[in-house]
Design a protein around this ligand. Sequence first.
Ligand code: PAF
Length: 287
Amino acid sequence: MEVINGIVALQNALYASRKAGKRIGLVPTMGALHEGHASLIRQSAKDCDVTVVSVFLNPTQFNDQNDLARYPKTLEADCALAESCGADIVFAPSVEEIYPTPDTRVFAFPPVTTVMEGAYRPGHFNGVCQVVSRLFYIVKPHCAYFGEKDWQQVAVIKRLVGFINSEVEIIECPTVRESDGLAKSSRNTLLTPEERLLAPKIYEALQASVAQSQTKTVGEVHDEVVAQLNAIDGLRVEYFDIVDGATLLPVTRWDEAAEVVGCITVYCGATPIRLIDHITYRKEGKA
Ligand code: PAF
């Protein structure tokens, strides 16, 4: 596996494979790789001839500079994990390489960019679209792999692909969880041992709410999840929205959309660490 920092070097490294008609898969990451990323890399290595893992802590998607400063940076371990999962190239550019001049492009696909994370992290999805569009342009992958954990991000990226007329196929991969249910996230390493014990309560509440959805209304389930989590010392719900999984617009009835998903963001602990998760209540065609 090669570690490449420059765009020209990356494009040269991919040239022969592209010319030979090989399929190129891209797994965009911000580093601090964990089992969730590993599953994306393995999937790409299975589907494609060449897998590129980008490791780039994208400053333009952070609206909170403390969050950016705190973000774990573990390039050496990232390269080892990527290699063990079948990656061929780790692309780890500098900020100047990706943004030689400030990126002033504006991407807005309301409502998917304005609801939930879009409302609470202004500018976040604009930054995600800036970097992902640049990565697509640089790597020109056939497929790009994203985790369903960031449900809204996947919806935004699908809109981006249409908007920039990219032919890249977006492959969504299921959320990977710890044995206690906590969704794997680079931010989990920032939790203290006490906070780490609280964090799984989020998924516990979401799972319990699936059973409640058999007998309760959308509004009742919403209120119950929020009340249950807010009652735990050390957890604070920022938002919990029950939405149409495709449009991300709120639903008021369980049968209002083919796929109904609950998306939640919870602050955990004193720092606090912002954790996101989701649960599917209804998916047409699923037994
Ligand atoms: O999901 C992430 O880690 C980031 O938002 C992404 C897609 C790599 C863009 O920086």
